[in-house]
Ligand binder design. Structure first.
Ligand SMILES: NC(=O)c1ccc[n+]([C@@H]2O[C@H](COP(=O)([O-])OP(=O)(O)OC[C@H]3O[C@@H](n4cnc5c(N)ncnc54)[C@H](OP(=O)(O)O)[C@@H]3O)[C@@H](O)[C@H]2O)c1
Length: 277
């Protein structure tokens, strides 16, 4: 029985993966922002067969809330086999969080970054252990401008999203290098184009087309979730680290994603932004 924490566990691929991991009989710690959805997710994961289920309410748009989550985990768990950083969202218009950060970058990258930095010693003490990030094929469009990380000079939903997903790949690779030889593996994935609620964040004019694409061309949340489950507990990837996976296969991520100097700088800048520097 493994102890597995999964964020964004209340909907979409995170919820489906949590149910699949529950079916495998593990102990699940489910993280979400909505208490009613957390209760429903816990019930579903329990009835799937999880040996135990706990819920942790956290808003990833607030660093204080993520700090509280890390404190709660560190005080209640002495062993963590798998950390799945999956929570993610899109913002049609530029939004600034209570911490003064562009919200896509804050929710999709900085929150998981802060949680992982706070839990990485625990992961080391729990080795062999695994850290997984849900990135996206969208990272191929991503740019990393350290002089304007928050798009004060011009925002679009895709620019914001693809940068945040590029950050997931860069941090995966930088952390994998840092943790090489410790028995902690770090990998990320594109889950496929999945029919989940994330698409309701798209601009209004794209929605009619998306509704059709969702029905005919997207995979189900169960199928997308299975790709997280593969990286979380699949015996095939034991010992594999620093990888970007698509359809359960390791592929080369974008050229910027492979630039170790950019990855190092992102880690340093992120440490400052979340108050760990
Ligand atoms: N769907 C795709 O085609 C696709 C493709 C590539 C990558 N991805 C990635 O897959 C991951 C999961 O997305 P999904 O498609 O499953 O979408 P989803 O159905 O919208 O699920 C997103 C999850 O993240 C949670 N979340 C969002 N904002 C949060 C916040 N501020 N604080 C805490 N939790 C928050 C949501 O909580 P609520 O239940 O409260 O909303 C939900 O549990 C994301 O990282 C996304 O970027 C998806």
């Amino acid at each position: 029985v493994k102890t597995i924490l999964i964020t964004g566990a209340t909907d979409g691929i995170g919820l489906e993966s949590a149910k699949q991991l529950g079916e495998q009989g593990h102990r699940l710690l489910l993280v979400g922002r909505n208490p009613a959805k957390l209760d429903a997710a816990a019930a579903a994961v329990r009835s799937a067969g999880a040996s135990s289920v706990e819920t942790l309410e956290t808003d990833f748009a607030e660093l204080a809330s993520v700090r509280k989550l890390a404190d709660q985990v560190l005080s209640s768990v002495d062993h963590l086999d798998v950390l799945v950083n999956n929570a993610g969202t899109v913002f049609d218009k530029r939004v600034v969080t209570v911490d003064g950060l562009e919200a896509t970058f804050a929710v999709n990258h900085l929150a998981g970054f802060l949680l992982t930095e706070r839990l990485k010693d625990l992961m080391g003490a729990s080795a062999p252990s695994r850290i997984v990030f849900t990135s996206s094929v969208g990272h191929f469009q991503g740019t990393m401008d350290f002089d304007d990380l928050g798009f004060e000079r011009g925002y679009s939903i895709m620019k914001g999203y693809s940068r945040s997903k590029l950050a997931n790949v860069l941090y995966t690779r930088d952390l994998a290098a840092e943790l090489a030889g410790t028995g902690v593996t770090v990998n990320c994935l594109h889950p496929g184009t999945v029919a989940t609620h994330i698409w309701s964040g798209a601009p209004w004019f794209a929605r009619p087309v998306l509704a059709v694409v969702k029905r005919v061309a997207m995979i189900s949340p169960e199928q997308g979730g299975a790709r997280i489950t593969y990286l979380a507990t699949g015996p095939e990837v034991a010992g594999v680290t620093g990888g970007y996976f698509d359809n359960d296969r390791q592929l080369a991520p974008s050229a910027i994603a492979q630039d170790a100097a950019v990855g190092r700088r992102l880690t340093e800048v992120s440490r400052e932004l979340v108050g760990l520097a």
